[in-house]
Ligand binder design. Structure first.
Ligand code: HEM
Length: 227
């Protein structure tokens, strides 16, 4: 769904994959319904608000959302982060040895090269906003990557500054749909980058990194390194 020039064949394969995954999840949900375990799906089955629980379809779409939302953006956050650290010559090993400095580095990596550049919204009613007329049903692109380089919000916006503070980066969106996984990603990035740079202190680029030609996600096709 996030690719240019996709083919009917690719779409059919995607639908086939989705249908097979739905069958797998139905079996898995039935297993957990009968015998709950200490896991997220058992918690989702048991979750109840005002006497209502999630239907099977809602459980399935929630699992797919969490799995997909939780996977690819994190992959790109790590890839883009390693690229930025190596290109800018940042001493990540030393920064990550301290929790507070490591947290600031991760925040700045997320700002500097956002793994998701674009989310969209639909206009619910005709309105004028800052001199722009919007019609019900219009689709608006929220450019998170550009917001992260907004010179009004950030000093020296094109510079990777690992000690930047405050850092109101927008890579997790904002408001009602703010990323549910943000605390997990922040932890994952700090831990994973620390392990990487502790184990491979001589990590360096061996060729120019190549971005993937896609929209929405913003990540690398290849990141060739030596160590
Ligand atoms: C670096 C990694 C990640 C980035 C950059 C990211 C970014 C975002 C953004 C920008 C949104 C807002 C979408 C919108 O406004 O329409 C979002 C929503 C969401 N994210 Fe993440 N995300 C990441 C990782 C994760 C992880 C690890 C999980 C789950 C384990 C996750 C789960 C979700 C979910 C469920 C939503 C929807 C929240 C809602 O609509 O209320 N994300 N994410």
């Amino acid at each position: 769904m996030y690719q240019f020039g996709r083919t009917r064949k690719a779409e059919d394969l995607a639908v086939k994959g989705t249908n097979e995954f739905v069958v797998y999840l139905k079996t898995y949900i039935a297993l957990r319904r009968n015998k709950p375990q200490d896991d997220l799906i058992s918690l989702l089955i048991a979750a109840e608000t005002d006497g209502q629980t999630l239907s099977e379809d809602e459980l399935i779409s929630t699992c797919i959302l969490i799995l997909n939302a939780g996977h690819e953006a994190t992959v790109h956050a790590l890839g883009n982060g390693v690229k930025a650290i190596l290109e800018e010559g940042i001493d990540a090993r030393s920064l990550l040895s301290d929790i507070a400095r490591g947290e600031r580095l991760v925040e700045e990596l997320l700002r500097f090269d956002a793994p998701l550049h674009l989310f969209t919204r639909y206009v619910l009613e005709d309105l004028e906003w800052q001199g722009i007329s919007l019609k019900k049903g219009d689709e608006i692109g929220l450019m998170l990557g550009a917001a992260n380089r907004d010179p009004v919000r950030f000093v020296d916006t094109d510079r990777l500054d690992p000690s930047r503070e405050p850092n109101p980066q927008q890579s997790f969106g904002g408001g009602f749909h703010f990323c549910v996984g943000a605390p997990l990603v922040r932890l994952e990035m700090r831990v994973a980058l620390k392990v990487l740079f502790d184990r491979l202190p001589n990590l360096r680029l061996s060729s120019t990194p190549l971005y993937r030609d896609v929209y929405h996600f913003h990540g690398l096709e290849r990141l060739d390194v030596k160590f």
